[in-house]
Every structure is written in C-alpha cells, then in structure tokens.
Write a protein that binds this ligand. Structure first.
Ligand SMILES: [Zn+2]
Length: 64
C-alpha cells in the first residue's frame, strides 16, 4: 500500500505530472484537481506517522 503524495490530485493522489485523465472508483474520469490545504496537511501527517511506524495513523472510522 502506498500513500498518496501530499501535493497529488485531490481525487486520487496521483502527482500532477503525468496525471492527464484518470479513472477512479470515487471520481470516475477526471483531470488533476489540486488538493486543498487540509488535505495536504492530512496526507503529510499520514506519511510522517507511517514513517515512524505508528499504527494509529489515519484510522478512526473503523470503530464500530
Ligand atoms: Zn486524480
């Protein structure tokens, strides 16, 4: 599993370079969409947490 780049597409996380038109389950066919600041920061947190080996990064919706 790879984490999306912080600056990657808001829909799929693919970097702007080489994005063109892509298809995803959520967005269907779409062009690169710049992520907003909240999304960039959330991705940066997820990446730094993953680097530290923390298990609780980005999880929280699994509580049932
Ligand atoms: Zn995309």
């Amino acid at each position: 599993m790879t984490l999306p780049l912080p600056e990657g597409c808001a829909e799929c996380g693919w970097p702007r370079h080489g994005h063109y038109q892509r298809w995803t389950m959520n967005a269907g066919w779409h062009a690169y969409a710049p992520p907003n600041t909240d999304l960039i920061q959330a991705r940066m947190r997820a990446r730094s947490s993953a680097k530290e080996g923390s298990a609780d990064a980005g999880v929280g919706a699994e509580d049932r």
